[in-house]
Each structure stands twice: as C-alpha cells, then as structure tokens.
Write a protein that binds this ligand. Sequence first.
Ligand code: PMP
Length: 284
Amino acid sequence: RTVYLNGQYVPETEAKVSVFDRGFLFADAVYEVVSVIDGKLIDFDGHVARLHRSMAELRMPQPPGREELLTMCRELAARNALTEGMIYFEVTRGNPGDRDFLFPSAELQPTIVGFTQNAPLVDRPQAESGVSVVTLPDRRWQMAHVKTTQLLYASLMKAEAKACGADDAWLVRDGFVTEGSSQNAHIVTKQGKLITHPLDSSILHGITQSAVLELARQGVVEVETRSFTVEEAKDAAEAMVTAASAFVLPVTRIDGVQLGDGTCGPITRKLRETYIEFARNSAI
Ligand code: PMP
C-alpha cells in the first residue's frame, strides 16, 4: 500500500514516525475514518469539520485544511485503487524530541498520516442477519465527543464482547446506553419512535448518525432525542448502529435477548437503503 506521511506518498514500509511522537507516547492524536463507495468520499466535509472541532478541544494548533485533506484522500484512493472501503487519517500533536507530559507552548509541527483499507460496505450479510451486542460498563474518559486515538477501552470491550459470543459491545453509564464501542446506538420503540442519545460529551457525535437522523426525520420515522436504558433497548422493536464503517446495521440481539424475529426490521432496512442512496448521490 501507498500511505501518506506529512505531505509525502510513500510505500507503507518506508513511512517512519519518531518513537518520541506524542501520538505514540500519549495517544495525543485525533483521527477520522471516511468511507468510500464507487471510489468517492462520503460525508467528507462533516469529517473534516469534526477533525477541526476535535483539534480545537485539545488545543492542537495548525489543523490541516480541507483542500489538503481532500487531495490526500483522493490521491490515496487513486494510488491504492480503492473503490469500496475506508480512508483513515490521523493528526498527532507532533514530536517534541523528548517524553514530557507537558507539551511545549511553542507550536510543534503536527504529524499527519493517512492510509486506505479495502472493505465491503454495501453488500454485507449483517445488513440482513444483524449483529449481536452485549452491554458493558462505559469506563471511557468523559470527553467521548473528541475523536482521539485513545481506543484501548473500546478495544478491550470488543474483545470482551467476542469472548461472550457476541459481535460487539454497547456501553452503559448510569443505566443508560451511551453508544457502541465504535458506532452510535439507536432503538425503535414498539410505538414506532426512533430513540437516539443527546449530543453531549458522553458520545461521539457521529457523522453517519447526523445524516441518518436527518433522513429519518424526512418522513421515515419520528425521532426522539433522549437516552434509553438497557431494559428499554431489550424491549425495543428494532435496534441499530450507525458509523462510517457500518452505514446502518441492525442489532438483533442484546445481552442474548432477541429483538423482533431476529432479523433486520423494516425501519432499519429503510434507513440503511435511504442512507446508501444519499451516500451514493452526495459522495465527492
Ligand atoms: N461512536 C464511536 C465511539 C466511534 O468510534 C464511531 C466511529 N469511529 C462512531 C460513534 C460513529 O461515528 P461516524 O458515523 O462519524 O463514523
């Protein structure tokens, strides 16, 4: 693969980052994942805007501009013949040359990396069969709205879910589901309302969920923004996750409890189809 490192396109074996880079030593870094279908970028501007918001929250100077990132993404897709999959990019605070918790007050040159990953996004068996989740405590830091590379807790919870025989984890704080380990979580009640967590600092403000909820409100389903409990989720008619890497996928089992007939429900199916159509038509 050809990867991007600080303005250069290089073979992955030649891309080198210092061991003193703060991204490596402190997870002092933010990232984005943009999905690609038909060789085009989905929701690109939303991802750039969130990268800039994450950097501002962490007081990271010198955010890369939209045009630089767009060129990088398009070059990476072209050079790696990516038609369907993801582009990952990360910006670290940079390399101060030593290990020190305090970062220098003078501006560091940020480290910027990008790479592609092939993955089927549209045709996936899980779109029909659904995924199973187990609920686990949300012990992440309380700035989950900032998309940092501190992903160890999410990794541990995914491994825990696998060990329980499930596909993934839904995280729970004070009895309420916050979000999935790497997706936003939503339910559809038996009364036919889609319930979604408020956009506060306990969840990542998903770019996919923002588009999906907008489409939902345009006549698919009534949307109510509030947190929901694990019990409510198990009693729901449907449940789903949204993420750039998943689009919309049905959740058909929560802590071993089957929802509906155990396959994708009608509202989830409609939202997935509507989102894929929107993504195809608006990708750049
Ligand atoms: N929540 C978390 C914790 C995530 O890691 C992700 C995806 N990276 C999402 C939600 C979904 O966000 P998006 O739709 O922007 O991919």
